[in-house]
Design a binder for this molecule. Structure first.
Ligand code: ZN
Length: 182
């Protein structure tokens, strides 16, 4: 019987794995020599990966996918960044309570996203959320939040070194290439 910590780790892993396609999980299993998974439904496939793959391999696999998603968000946000109306940062935003609105109409999206970079219970952590499915349903740092982050750095509302949200060295280098004094 798994302990409470193991159960909660597994729930997190399940959620992160569920963001991946069946195809990429099948590829992972093939590379790692996990057999007999070809007819499994997505949920069963996720369970098989958790039960049979090496935890470090799973972490590496997930981190690589999440880093790719982050760079994809960055590329979209940079493209959108050309429109000044897209991201509006609320005038009373501070490092502790940072509010911005992403107006997707400018890029042909029909929704308006409200994004809070809000410090909830720990001054060392900045929490972020967006109303889109990638953020709410999948727990990802979506392109809308990335667009807000880039605008905040461009307007010097944030310093990059204060940022405690999702980051990779590739993303950091790309941001610094855009804003060398961020
Ligand atoms: Zn979003």
């Amino acid at each position: 019987m798994p302990t409470a910590v193991e159960s909660s780790n597994n729930a997190t892993l399940e959620r992160r794995l569920s963001n991946l396609t069946v195809q990429s999980m099948e590829n992972f299993c093939t590379v790692k020599g996990i057999a007999g998974i070809s007819d499994l439904k997505k949920k069963e496939l996720i369970e098989a990966v958790i039960q049979r793959a090496n935890p470090e391999d799973i972490e590496e696999f997930l981190s690589a996918h999440e880093a790719d998603y982050l760079m994809e968000s960055f590329r979209k946000a940079v493209k959108w960044g050309k429109s000044d109306l897209l991201v509006h940062i609320s005038g009373d935003s501070t490092m502790q309570e940072f509010r911005a609105e992403f107006n997707g109409l400018d890029v042909g999206l029909r929704r308006v996203f409200y994004i809070d970079f809000r410090n909830i219970d720990d001054s060392r952590k900045i929490r972020t959320a967006c109303e889109c499915d990638d953020s709410q349903g999948r727990g990802l740092f979506c392109p809308h939040q990335m667009a807000v982050l880039l605008r905040a750095l461009a307007e010097k509302k944030f310093k990059l070194k204060s940022w405690k949200g999702p980051m990779t060295s590739e993303l950091r280098n790309s941001i610094l290439a855009l804003f060398p004094d961020a």
